[in-house]
Ligand binder design. Structure first.
Ligand SMILES: [Zn+2]
Length: 79
């Protein structure tokens, strides 16, 4: 799996939240492959879920992975 890293927005706060964008399968009852990972600070966590991860991808807040050493707005597209 290859990740293309990019930046969203201009915020440089330490990230506290990882939002995952996953593709939908069969009308949304199941969720598919991880397509994008977006890191956000507390202030931008909501924007990350509602604006930075765009339809048709579904945003999930990843709570299992600690977020260390990332800046708000760091994003990785997974191919
Ligand atoms: Zn931020």
């Amino acid at each position: 799996m290859t990740a293309t890293v990019r930046r969203i927005g201009a915020c440089t706060e330490p990230a506290t939240t990882l939002i995952e964008g996953r593709s939908q399968i069969d009308g949304g009852l199941a969720y598919g492959a991880l397509k994008v990972q977006v890191y956000a600070c507390d202030q931008h966590a909501r924007a990350a879920r509602t604006e930075w991860v765009r339809p048709p991808l579904t945003p999930f807040t990843a709570i299992a992975e600690p977020v260390v050493g990332r800046q708000c707005g760091d994003a990785a597209d997974l191919v």
